[in-house]
Structures are given as C-alpha cells and as structure tokens.
Design a protein around this ligand. Sequence first.
Ligand code: HEM
Length: 280
Amino acid sequence: MSKHLSEMEKEQGVHTDFKNNMTYGDYLQLDKILSSQHRLSDHHDEMLFITIHQVSELWMKLILHEIRAAIDHIEQDELDPAFKMLARVSKIQSQIIYAWDVLSTLTPSEYMEFRDKLGQASGFQSYQYRMIEFSLGYKSDYILKIYEKDPKLLKELKEAYKAPSLYDTAIKQLAKAGFDINPELLHRDYSKPYQSDPSVEEAWLAVYKDVETYWNLYQLAEKLIDIEDWIQQWRFRHMKTVERIIGHKMGTGGSSGVGYLKKVLDHCFFPELWNIRTKL
Ligand code: HEM
C-alpha cells in the first residue's frame, strides 16, 4: 500500500504524508468553517439560505479589510495602493451581486417552510454591513442599539461610527490639492452623517473638467463612483429577490420589508460626485 502511494506521489509530484506538516484544511481552518452550517429545520433548502449569508459575510470581511487599508493609504497620500484596493472592493461587490442569482432559485413555497425558524433574525442586524456603511460615511445611530448585548462588538462599531469615512479622506485630498474646501468639513464630527457641500461639488467639478491636471483625484472619484454604483445594484437585487421570495410581507427584522428596502435605495453616499454629472 505505502509503496503504491509513494509511486503515485512520484508520478503525480504530490505529497500525501502530512503527519508532521500543515495541510490545506489546517491553514484555512476548514474544520471551523465547514462545521458552522447548522440548519434549524430539516428542510433541504435551508442549507442554501445559510451558505449564501455566510459567503456574503466572508466577502464583506474582505471588503472592510480593503476599505480600511485604502483609507489609511489615502490619509498618507499614497493613492496608488489605495486604487488597487478599491478596485478589488468593486470586484468583490460584483461577486456578491451574482450571489442573488443563486438565491433566486429559492421559491416562496420553499422559504416559507423554514422562515419561522429564523425568529427575528435578519440581515438588518449584519454588523459587517453596517461597518461598511460607516466606512463609506453612512451613519445611522439607531442601528447601534441592536448590539447592546455584546459590549465588545458595540465598542468596535462605535469606533467605526466615529471614524472618518473613505469620503472624508477623499475630501481632505481635495483640500490638499489646493481646492477651497469648507474648513468645517475638514474638522467635522465624523459621527454625523455627511451632508452635501457646495465647496466639495465645485472641487469635483473642477477635477472632472481638467482630468489631466487632477488625474489622481479623478481616478479616486471614479473608484468611489464604482463602489456606490455596485452598492446600489446590490441593494436593488436584494430588494427584487426579497420581493420574489416573500412579496410584500413584513421582514423578520420587523421592517415593512420590500417597502423599507426600496426606501434605502434613495440614500446616496457620495452626493456631489453624482450631482456634477448633470453639470458637466
Ligand atoms: C430569502 C432571502 C432574504 C430575504 C427574504 C431577506 C429579507 C430582508 C428584509 C425584509 C430586510 C429588511 C429588514 C427586515 O425587516 O428584516 C432585509 C435587510 C437586509 N438583508 Fe436581507 N433578505 C434575504 C437575504 C439576504 C442575504 C443573502 C443577505 C446577505 C448578507 C442579506 C442582507 C441584508 C442586509 C445587509 C439588510 C439590511 C439592509 C439595509 O438596512 O439597508 N439579506 N432583508
């Protein structure tokens, strides 16, 4: 038997003896990841429901990792590595948008067979999703209340809530490039939601009118637009998938469901970057 294996090893150029070495599964801690799909019903399709959420949360973890590092780089005027990270964020976003196609194979009849098992659990409580929103400048404090039962997580969320967003750092870059940015924006209370400002709009307009002079800022702006565009597409696909599966029923998180998800689509992260498109 062992002779046979070692012959195979030689032929295939692979190793099979891992008594003393780390394997793929060890490195990736697959024992933890792959033992974390616990259905609460014995319904076949609940596995899809759990998997799609877990996959989305893993991608969100990487999105946060990239956005946070991009913010640090932009703060230090290192735009090139930040561009690379933000481009990766957009690619991940396109992945999680395609995930809706898989979830759409879940029919209303199938979902209704295990929906009651979820109780009040809802994606609305996804703290990574909220951290992404915070990192992009969308701060809604009522969300924090959800996490009061977990002080460690609440502390982390509050820190993210008070920190400058990707857009705040982009606006600082406009000021550094010599644009006359409203000084209140540069030292603002970052826990307040960002309000559109004419000085920022004028600066972005100037950037788009002279892209050669402001190539880096122009690239930064387009990376931001990519991210917001994909977020809106994610929100839209989520809303339509939800409508397809539960119609206009209330959400497990207690909202009006599709009505709430449609309303969220109105929120804009980088308002001036959209406004200037009409003015160019
Ligand atoms: C059958 C599938 C799904 C249904 C029926 C559904 C339904 C809903 C509903 C009705 C809401 C509004 C809050 C509430 O009242 O619960 C919501 C929010 C949310 N869901 Fe889903 N969802 C589904 C799949 C997913 C998946 C796969 C994700 C991926 C992580 C997700 C992430 C979220 C997030 C982040 C929110 C908060 C959105 C916001 O506040 O802007 N959902 N969902």
